[in-house]
Design a protein around this ligand. Sequence first.
Ligand code: 5AD
Ligand code: SF4
Length: 440
Amino acid sequence: MKTHIITYGCQMNEYDTHLVRSELASLGAEFVDTWQEADFVLVNTCAVRGKPVEKVRSLLGELRKEKERRALLVGMMGCLAQLEEGQQMARKFEVDVLLGPGALTEIGKALEAQSRFWDLSFREELTHHLPPAPKGALSAFVSIIRGCNHHCTYCIVPTTRGPEVSRHPDLILRELAQLKAAGVVEVTLLGQNVNSYGKDQPGYPSFAELLRQAGRVGIPRIKFTTSHPVNFTDDVIAAIAETPQVCRYIHLPVQSGSNRVLRRMGREYRREWYLDRIRAIRQAMPDAVLSTDIIVGFPGETEEDFQQTLSLYDEVRYDSAYMFIYSPRPGTPSYKHFQDLPREVKVERLQRLIERQKHWSYQQNQRWVGQTLEVLVRGAAKDEAYAEGHTRGNHPTLVPAAQAPRPGLYQVLIRQATPHMLYGEVVGAQEPAPLPLAMA
Ligand code: 5AD
Ligand code: SF4
């Protein structure tokens, strides 16, 4: 069957797309580049904010029109599929296959069924599933824990992805070993809250211990996302500092700098706690690269609260940040109980925050000028005179294309930096390690 998968949302969704894609490939699916050519279109959805939900709505509308013209099977998976909001859309737009984030392993059965197939259960199989290594990729994701036990009042994820379930460490280490053998040089360990890894299963290692074990597999770059500041322990910091393969890139979402807003968000920590974690990270690793997520315009956020966010940004001096306007999500406590702020207020605050981010990203990026960094070159940049890649600290980096003819790891002397880009020259290449004899 000619299949096309469209993915919205986070890295966990990208991983899930890979998982479903490899299941479909093993069933003989052929993948095509556009939905217009496909007999089966599968949409992997995101529900974290209103925008991705609207994108899915308009795509499903187009697909329903296409269904009037020809035989077409339409599937929907991911977070929106788990919600009543998504199911209403699925009914309206005649979606044939609907799989919640816990039911992905049912994709084969869904296609065998000759009628509508909906499954919203959370299945054990998913926790035990081992997807094959992606072909020819240098970077890959590995899910280590699914779900979230926190209750941030703005967030729909605990509803869509359920409570935390850790994967068995042996399975994770096997997946890492497969990826290494396939030539992958960078792996991101994924979870809604990776620091909670192992807590739900007696006998599993802690996240810190898992990081140490993952380092020993020998993949040059191990990253992880996302962390909750409450669980970001000294042991996790020590494990990052001690394990050379673990990149010193730490994404630690703060969401707000105001204690009043943090309390209303249900974030379980105060500004002082967060700043103490940053202090501990910097003390252990002065070269750490720090990024964050910030929501502006949470209901009831005053100008004073927002100033607290700006002042926290100035204290931390983040290397980069993902900044979002608060989006009320049906089904979340903040949607039910709080009044949304006027859009103009939210947009204006976002603009001021972006200005602050640009200022600090520029300042922070200057510290790499004159240093040699390892860059994972992925291929040609938009401007074909350059090849593009990223450092261990996730900085997008450009080098002259002629100096990096193949994707891979290069040593790059950084010559120049803007708020969003490093520019450098290749001073050495690290050939990909040869395949072990058994694999060659
Ligand atoms: N509105 C805006 N941003 C949100 N996020 C999660 N829920 C919402 C929401 N309702 C942001 C948070 C989280 C990131 C993945 O998305 O900053 O860390
Ligand atoms: Fe959502 Fe909070 Fe869980 Fe992150 S930690 S997934 S923001 S509930």
